[in-house]
Design a protein around this ligand. Structure first.
Ligand code: 5GP
Ligand code: 5GP
Ligand code: 5GP
Length: 208
């Protein structure tokens, strides 16, 4: 039944901070149902190899099928909104993520399981709470990269990868948080390899 599935070693579960997606010179666009909550949202669940490379677009015959996520559409809209412009289109974002990344973990998770797994991981890794408990808030303040990493390591049990981007004033800021998940999608694990970080040592946590 499973065509073209490729093996992979682990997942990166990637969450984005909407404030950092939106305050760059490209700006952002909100979904039809309005401005998303001021919380981290899902970017994707990405199969990866231990050497840092990754498979993509593994099964051209497996197209995105909205009916598979009908039951969780409310949670998808809340936790996995698209913020891209010119017109934010959630279904297009989810379809892109399924076709590029999800099709590479079909040996482990079918489409329904893939999206439900990501939603579950979002509940388990409540980054905003974890950071808040460490006194790190989305208040436009600057925080040391080390402090952010250590707070997440303490709250989640595992060291995250942090990706930064730059805002329109060229400040380095907290954009995405990568945590690693075993290939069944059930548990967080220590990352076999962390993504390259291009953050300054002090980074801004922008308001949203
Ligand atoms: P960027 O150039 O913005 O870093 O990444 C562009 C796209 O490449 C991402 O949206 C994602 O689909 C993919 N990508 C980037 N880095 C990684 C990675 O470390 N692992 C995987 N699996 N995909 C990645
Ligand atoms: P970079 O210049 O950062 O190495 O990669 C540029 C782009 O190439 C990334 O945004 C990503 O889309 C793609 N890329 C880099 N490494 C890989 C890989 O191992 N697999 C795939 N599918 N794409 C990659
Ligand atoms: P990736 O290929 O890196 O997994 O996903 C990035 C693609 O998804 C890009 O084509 C980007 O335009 C689209 N996209 C749609 N909505 C969003 C969003 O809210 N955040 C990010 N990072 N990419 C989005």
């Amino acid at each position: 039944v499973l065509c073209c599935s490729q093996d992979f070693d682990f997942f990166y579960f990637v969450q984005q901070w909407p404030g950092a997606y939106c305050d760059t010179k490209h700006s952002c666009c909100y979904p039809k149902n309005g401005k998303p909550a001021a919380d981290f949202s899902i970017h994707g669940l990405w199969p990866n190899y231990k050497d840092g490379s990754w498979p993509s677009n593994c099964d051209p015959d497996s197209v995105f099928d909205k009916s598979q996520i009908e039951e969780v559409i409310g949670n998808m809209e809340k936790d996995w909104p698209s913020l891209s412009c010119p017109s934010s289109n959630n279904l297009r974002f989810w379809s892109h993520e399924w076709e590029k990344h999800g099709t590479c973990s079909e040996s482990e998770l079918d489409q329904r399981e893939y999206f439900e797994t990501a939603l579950k991981l979002k509940q388990k890794a409540n980054l905003l709470n974890i950071l808040h408990d460490a006194g790190i808030k989305a208040d436009d303040g600057f925080y040391s990269l080390k402090r952010i990493k250590e707070a997440i390591k303490k709250g989640l049990g595992f060291t995250p990868g942090i990706e930064c981007n730059v805002d329109s004033r060229h400040n380095s800021q907290l954009y995405q948080v990568y945590v690693c998940v075993d290939s069944s999608g059930s548990d967080f694990i220590e990352c076999p390899i962390l993504p390259k970080s291009k953050c300054d040592s002090q980074i801004q946590f922008p308001k949203f």
